[in-house]
Design a protein around this ligand. Structure first.
Ligand code: ADP
Ligand code: ASP
Ligand code: MG
Length: 413
């Protein structure tokens, strides 16, 4: 089977959903599984609803807005009397009724039950639209296949059961399903982390032993930098899984970093292509003999730099580092760079779940800490050592690190 993933940008309005069908026209629609994301910026809008709910503020108007957005898309795709319109209305009524009945004070749990609605409704609309065009497909609920633990907002996959369930799919057919979501042992929805639909596609590809996986993006493929942030970037036509995982890990947001591992494990060819120019080759990611080794640039904003010193001028020893990392794990704070000296540890962190104050409190009780908020992490992969001065111009550099292939700088925004 082939696995395709269509992200939020590729289905943000009726025109773009129609374009999905055009993309598929080029691909021969057989033996394939389509993973789709929430439409446009729906996930952000649903996050806002969860926030309002916990602030005990009315969220009804915001729900209506999201409902209207989906109805408007459906109006561009279906006849007036199509059953999808009732489905959309009932779906959002159910979401509100879940919130009214909910007794759980667990923010992350409620978040997952609500925010997953974006993918649920998007996949329904796309599946029905494609069926109407005779692209025959079965809509499936990803939560019946992708099984996770109950770490809401960042579920860890239970691979054995997930593989078993996905193996039950009839590989002769076509399916449309949701990215970003799975479910726990109690069948509650668990999301896999923001931007996690690429990862969902890779999970399906792995468990289906797919012949290939393609993610359709609003860029020509993986480039030497985000074209929204850097000028004169070039398309990378071939890169290795290793280069891709490093780029994604450092923050090249065109691919979710967890996507690469399952594909590499089974050597599944992975393509990143433009949904606007579906006939173009895009980027092929595969084994290391196809590496381009081009210099590439990644800018990650909204990072926090912490300088952590012992209070008594003693060395930063293994037990300190282990303690500091146990706090980071406890608060699910991701580390993007580490540097240590005799009495000091510098770490650059990203606080996806808003736990930094708890971390700072714990650290302050044991260490002296200095905090730089809202800094940037600039990474150059495959850096040309002979031509590095340009990276130092007009920057306030708080910390830098150079390894064989990679230059990293933390700079003040
Ligand atoms: P999706 O619609 O699948 O969610 P994303 O918006 O997450 O897609 O990813 C596509 C975006 O990734 C592009 O619009 C681009 O701004 C950004 N991007 C970041 N780094 C790169 C890179 N190295 N090459 C291409 N695009 C990149
Ligand atoms: N809709 C989810 C998000 O915006 C997942 C995804 O698009 O990959 O984070
Ligand atoms: Mg995305």
């Amino acid at each position: 089977m082939k696995v395709f993933k269509f992200g939020g940008a590729s289905v943000k309005d009726a025109e773009n959903v129609k374009n999905v069908a055009l993309v598929l026209e080029n691909q021969s629609f057989e033996q394939c599984l389509l993973v789709v994301s929430a439409m446009g910026k729906t996930t952000n809008a649903l996050e806002k609803i969860v926030e309002l709910y916990f602030q005990k503020t009315s969220y009804h108007n915001e729900v209506t807005e999201i409902k209207q957005y989906h109805i408007a898309i459906a109006e561009g795709l279906f006849q007036k009397n199509h059953p999808i319109f009732d489905e959309i209305s009932i779906f959002f009524d159910d979401m509100e009724s879940f919130l009214r009945r909910n007794k759980s004070p667990n923010y992350n749990f409620v978040y997952d039950q609500v925010v997953s609605c974006g993918e649920m409704i998007s996949s329904k609309i796309i599946s029905e639209y494609l069926n109407d065009l005779q692209y025959q497909n079965d809509w499936i609920d990803a939560r019946d296949y992708i099984k996770t633990d109950n770490t809401y907002r960042e579920g860890a996959i239970h691979w054995d059961i997930t593989s078993q369930k996905i193996a039950e799919l009839d590989k002769q057919k076509c399916f449309v399903t949701q990215g970003f979501i799975g479910s726990d042992d109690n069948s509650f929805t668990v999301t896999l982390g923001r931007e996690g639909s690429d990862y969902s596609a890779a999970i399906f590809a792995y468990c289906l032993d797919a012949v290939s996986m393609t993610i359709w993006k609003d860029v020509p493929g993986v480039m030497t930098g985000d074209p929204r942030k850097f000028e004169n970037v070039k398309l990378l036509s071939n890169i290795s899984y290793e280069e891709a995982i490093e780029m994604a890990y450092y923050g090249a947001s065109v691919i979710h970093p967890k996507t690469l591992q399952p594909l590499q494990q089974k050597n599944i060819p992975f393509y990143v292509k433009s949904f606007l120019h579906p006939k173009d080759a895009g980027t092929k990611i595969g084994n290391s003999d196809i590496n381009q080794n081009e210099e590439s640039y990644i800018l990650k904003d909204n990072q926090i730099l912490l300088h952590i010193d012992t209070k008594d001028f003693s060395f930063i020893a293994e037990e300190h580092i282990s303690e500091i990392f146990s706090y980071l794990a406890k608060y699910k704070i991701k580390v993007s760079l580490i540097q240590n000296s005799a009495i000091s540890l510098a770490i650059c962190i990203e606080d996806k779940y808003g736990n930094q104050n708890l971390l700072k409190q714990d650290l302050k009780s044991k260490f002296n800490i200095e905090i730089y908020e809202n800094v940037n992490l600039f990474t150059v992969r495959n850096v040309n050592l002979e031509n590095m001065e340009k990276f130092y111009k007009n920057k306030t550099i708080l910390l830098e690190q150079l390894s064989k292939k990679t230059l990293q700088m933390i700079t003040q925004s």
